[in-house]
Design a protein around this ligand. Structure first.
Ligand code: ZN
Ligand code: ZN
Length: 324
């Protein structure tokens, strides 16, 4: 009898699953839940190439052709921003943006809870919005029908990743991930370092182009083009990207100043509610501190954690304790 019980327990232990195995979002999980990226790895590969290929060409073709004094003064800060751009990009992609865990009636976190019949429809039944008052604003906790949870304030369901994300800013098509409460700081620094890198590259290439053209071949621009075609390509490429990156950086600075998210800006959330953003603090420094300097809270998603089948449904189907 005891052997039978032990065998059953062993069987159960072997059949236990970890959270990454029952993951319902569209995010791709790598290395058995150690890393999580967006819904597809494709945008990451493209963005890595768009940043790194021109940056390496700049380092090997343009900066190396400058005279020695300028070369040493420019190469080190250029490489620093190049590395920083990559570090912040990887941190943005690999950090959980603030996903709120779904309610899953089939699993519970604790083995003890798995034996206690629970009202599985409790969360599903409460679909009416809950109201709270924050700084004299009437706010609504909306119910997410996909995640089966009440969304905390400023939380939005991302349809690309199929998850609710806390302080949802936007879904970044360049990185393929959501930008939310936990990775916004990395994202902002990613935009900043790449804006500097692109402007830096543009001015270096422009300087090289003008000095080579005027000093070496003043009457032969075609000859210069043949000799160093990449320099002119770099000027055009960096100019086009700077038109996108510099305004994006300034826009996010403005969002931080006003303690807004991109999502709130597009939806005009606070304008519709009387024009006052209850999260906005007195000045730029305190808004910046609240968004950029606060420690990142622990993730709600513990992908390696063991989950236990919820036995409440077994009880409902007439199972007895000995069937467990
Ligand atoms: Zn949701
Ligand atoms: Zn998303």
């Amino acid at each position: 009898m005891e052997n039978q019980y032990n065998n059953q327990q062993q069987k159960r232990r072997l059949s236990l699953q970890r959270y990454y195995q029952i993951w319902e979002g569209k995010n791709v999980l790598l290395c058995k839940g150690k890393y999580m990226i967006g819904a597809s790895a494709q945008p990451v590969v493209y963005t890595l190439m768009l940043i790194n290929v021109p940056a390496f060409l700049e380092e090997f073709l343009v900066i190396r052709s400058l005279n020695d004094d300028i070369f040493t003064g420019i190469l080190i800060p250029y490489i620093v921003f190049h590395i920083l751009g990559n570090i912040f990009m990887l941190r943005t992609i690999l950090t959980d943006p603030g996903i709120i865990r779904r309610y899953n009636e089939k699993y519970v976190d604790s083995e003890d809870l798995s034996h206690i019949p629970q009202q599985k429809t409790q969360a599903l039944a409460k679909r009416n919005p809950c109201d709270i008052t924050l700084h004299n604003h009437l706010m609504k906790f909306k119910f997410c029908r996909t995640c089966h949870i009440y969304r905390p304030l400023r939380t939005t369901h991302c349809h690309e990743c199929d998850n609710c994300v806390e302080r949802f800013d936007h879904h970044c098509p360049w990185l393929g991930v959501c930008i939310g409460k936990r990775n916004y700081q990395h994202f902002f620094l990613f935009v900043f370092s790449n804006t500097v890198l692109v402007l830096f590259s543009m001015f270096i290439s422009l300087h090289r182009m003008l000095s080579a053209w005027k000093d070496e071949n003043p009457n032969d621009f075609g000859g210069f083009l043949k000799k160093e075609p990449y320099t002119i390509i770099s000027v055009v490429y960096c100019f086009m990207f700077s038109l996108f990156l510099a305004p994006l950086f300034i826009f996010h600075l403005w969002l931080i100043k006003n303690n807004l998210t991109t999502n709130e800006f597009h939806k005009k959330t606070w304008k519709k509610m009387g024009g006052i953003n209850p999260y906005k603090k007195k000045n730029f420094a305190s808004n910046c501190g609240a968004i950029m300097c606060l420690p990142i809270r622990a993730s709600f998603i513990q992908l390696k954690k063991i989950v236990y089948p919820n036995r409440a449904s077994d009880y409902e189907q007439g199972f007895t304790r000995t069937n467990l």
